[in-house]
Design a protein around this ligand. Structure first.
Ligand SMILES: C[S@@+](CC[C@H](N)C(=O)[O-])C[C@H]1O[C@@H](n2cnc3c(N)ncnc32)[C@H](O)[C@@H]1O
Ligand SMILES: [Zn+2]
Length: 293
């Protein structure tokens, strides 16, 4: 009989339990009875039916989030993020080629997990290497979706401010359109490890912003302050602009409107204007920052 998702995940967790740490006392965790992770102080965390572990003191869940994550997944499947995935995979594959070791990658703020799953597949296709991937997010809805779709990866509900991973564990931390915690990132990275942080570029969803906001000041977006903060915490070794356009048919426009915080709280009239984008192209632009510890 094929193993269940929970069994597959338990086997992965057992193999890589040294990667994790207790979010309460920061001690090592051991898998027991393929069902729970326990530390020496008896803090105990159950493996869920879908195979992820809840390693945060608190978590949140709302229907709204589930819909947002499903929309992100839909548009990802339609290729919206593909050039970004190619750029990030290329960087990781280049690193893997020089390191010669299995590549340990953490996606910090992974949402529903598509980025990590796709990037891992692309790295393996580019460079025949073992990639051990783990994703962490404070959203239980996001992590549950990730674990259901990708049992070959480790998924944890966890807080980036008190990340449930041991010190010096990862060669790379991905941080895609999510908040950072530079102190925790530095702690979890190996000596020569690096962070790949993806932030929106100036033209990201420009046509949507033009339709949603009347004031030109709100239509403009600058990531300069984020880049500066990143460069103050890590030594910036690469900063690549990844820009392209994406054709919006009806399903992809619907998914885009649902996935982006830009439309949250938008009035019906603004949303109607956003729907004028159907059949057109939308600008997609990211800045991919690579910083060494
Ligand atoms: C805009 S979403 C991006 C998700 C995913 N990287 C993507 O691009 O689809 C930001 C994510 O950061 C997560 N997040 C925010 N604060 C967090 C924290 N303190 N710890 C862990 N995750 C957090 C949210 O739950 C959310 O999934
Ligand atoms: Zn503990």
């Amino acid at each position: 009989m094929l193993p269940t998702k929970k069994e597959r995940q338990a086997e992965l967790l057992a193999r890589h339990s040294e990667m994790l740490r207790c979010p309460v006392c920061h001690g090592a965790l051991t898998l027991i009875h393929t069902a729970s992770l326990v530390c020496a102080n008896r803090h105990c965390f159950d493996v869920s039916r879908h195979g992820y572990v809840h390693l945060a003191n608190a978590g949140y869940r709302s229907k709204y989030e589930q819909e947002m994550f499903l929309a992100r997944r839909t548009i990802c499947e339609q290729g919206f993020f593909s050039p970004l995935h190619a750029a990030v995979s290329q960087k990781l594959a280049e690193y893997a080629a020089t390191s010669g070791e299995p590549l340990y990658v953490l996606d910090a703020g992974c949402g529903e997990g598509s980025h990590l799953a796709r990037i891992r597949e692309e790295v393996i296709a580019r460079q025949s290497v073992d990639v051990v991937g783990a994703g962490v997010d404070l959203s239980k809805a996001g992590i549950a979706l990730a674990a259901k779709a990708h049992p070959e990866l480790i998924w944890c509900v966890g807080d980036l401010a008190n990340a449930p991973f041991a010190d010096n564990r990862f060669a790379a931390i991905l941080n895609v359109l999510s908040p950072s915690n530079t102190r925790e990132f530095a702690r979890m990275l190996k000596k020569d490890g690096f962070v790949i942080k993806v932030v929106p570029g100036e033209r990201y969803l420009l046509e949507l912003r033009e339709r949603l906001y009347a004031q030109p000041v709100k239509q403009v977006y600058s990531n300069a302050a984020t880049i500066q903060r990143f460069a103050a915490s890590f030594s910036l070794i690469d900063c690549e602009r990844v820009a392209y356009s994406f054709r919006l048919d009806q399903p992809s426009l619907a998914a885009l409107v649902q996935m982006t915080p830009l439309t949250w709280g938008a009035a019906p009239q603004q949303l109607a204007q956003a729907h004028e984008l159907e059949g057109g192209e939308i600008s997609v632009e990211f800045t991919v920052l690579v910083g060494r510890k």
